[in-house]
Write a protein that binds this ligand. Structure first.
Ligand code: 9Z3
Length: 342
């Protein structure tokens, strides 16, 4: 049993997942979160619903125990929050595991930076509110009403149905512990569960044992920090924690030439069902699905993969969201996955 991290021969240390969880402490909210997940899954199981875990937003890597500074991974949470809505629409129950304060399903339509809700409320000075004799009534700008009614009614319906559970993470450590716990719980659903891993997860971290307790002081010239590699968590996820789940991971690149090779490499390494590749600057209108060729017997050969590009034309339809088509395609593939088991 590997209980200590291995030096990788160059610099830093490579943690196996087992060593990671043996040496890094769980977040204090873990037990409570797991209890909520258990209760949620029992309900969905009784109702015969498929469940998707959507991870969303970027993870942080704190540099100090009393954290003042941290590294962050790029992600507003748009991909995850938007996809969660389309999964709900397709009849899935959704566990939405997201970076605290990143975009969330439904409220994302009224993000403080792109569509602040105070801007579409109006004060009607001529009327009195029903609750207070002295304060005037607040109304919604008529041009905003149709969208608000649609978003609000879906949001309320989802709450009534109890099909959305929201969990938070901040650090990469929170994320890893939570992902392990949730996937182990979800395995009771067998093939009816889908994993949609859209969170932007740091590849490097600073183990607790190497962290400065207090704020790192300036005044000594440049700052040198050596980080260790985050364990490749997809490996135990696929092989141990949830063997029957349909697993979709995302690969983000900025060099378009690397997108396909990296996506294929991920499939070869972990043996899961789909990698969705996206280029940082084209991600809103183009993604590529990479998956093992159905007839292939050798998943480690590059030719054993098939790619299919999904593109939308934002000039023709500026309101179209690519997540609608991504989710529709995955729902179809997941149905095939469930059918193939029988
Ligand atoms: C993604 O590639 C997501 O699609 C984005 C979404 C982060 C680009 P936004 O939230 O952006 O809509 O602003 N997520 C996965 C990123 C990632 O960290 N992948 C790892 C990698 O590429 C493997 S799991 O190595």
């Amino acid at each position: 049993m590997a209980t200590s991290p291995q030096a990788d021969g160059e610099s830093g240390t490579v943690f196996s997942a087992e060593t990671y969880f043996a040496t890094q402490p769980p977040p204090s909210s873990l037990e409570q979160d797991v209890a909520r997940v258990k209760e949620f899954l029992q309900r969905q199981l009784q109702d015969g619903r498929k469940v998707v875990l959507v991870t969303s937003g970027g993870t942080t890597v704190p540099l100090e125990l009393n954290v003042v500074r941290f590294l962050d991974n790029f992600s507003a949470g748009t991909r995850g929050a938007t996809s969660a809505e389309y999964f709900l629409k397709a009849g899935y129950a959704v566990i939405f595991m997201h970076r605290q304060f990143s975009l969330q399903p439904f409220s994302r339509h009224y993000s403080h930076s792109t569509h602040p809700f105070l801007d579409f409320l109006e004060i009607d000075e001529s009327s009195q509110s029903a609750t207070s004799a002295s304060s005037p009534r607040i109304t919604v700008r008529p041009s905003e009403e149709p969208q608000l009614v649609e978003v609000l009614s879906t949001y309320k319906a989802v709450h009534r149905a109890g099909t959305l559970l929201t969990l938070n993470f901040v650090t990469v450590n929170d994320y890893l512990w939570l992902l392990r716990a949730v996937s182990q719980e979800m395995s009771i659903l067998g093939r009816s569960c889908l994993y949609y891993l859209a969170a932007a997860v740091s590849d490097f971290f600073l183990p607790r044992q190497k962290m400065s307790v207090h704020k790192i002081q300036s005044g000594k010239g440049s700052l040198h920090i050596e980080m260790d590699q985050v364990p490749k968590i997809l490996k135990p996820l696929v092989a141990e924690w949830t063997r029957e789940g349909f697993i979709v991971s995302f690969k983000l690149e900025t060099d378009p030439n690397l997108l396909l090779p990296k996506a294929c490499q991920a499939l070869a390494r972990y043996g899961h069902q789909v990698v969705i590749g996206n280029d940082l600057h084209r991600r809103k209108f183009e993604v590529v699905f990479v998956s093992p060729k159905s007839s292939s017997s050798s998943a480690s050969q590059p030719s054993a993969y098939e790619e299919s590009w999904l593109r939308i034309d934002l000039n023709k339809d500026p309101h179209k969201e690519i997540e609608e088509d991504i989710v529709a395609e995955l729902v179809k593939r997941h149905e095939g996955w469930i059918r193939n088991a029988t």
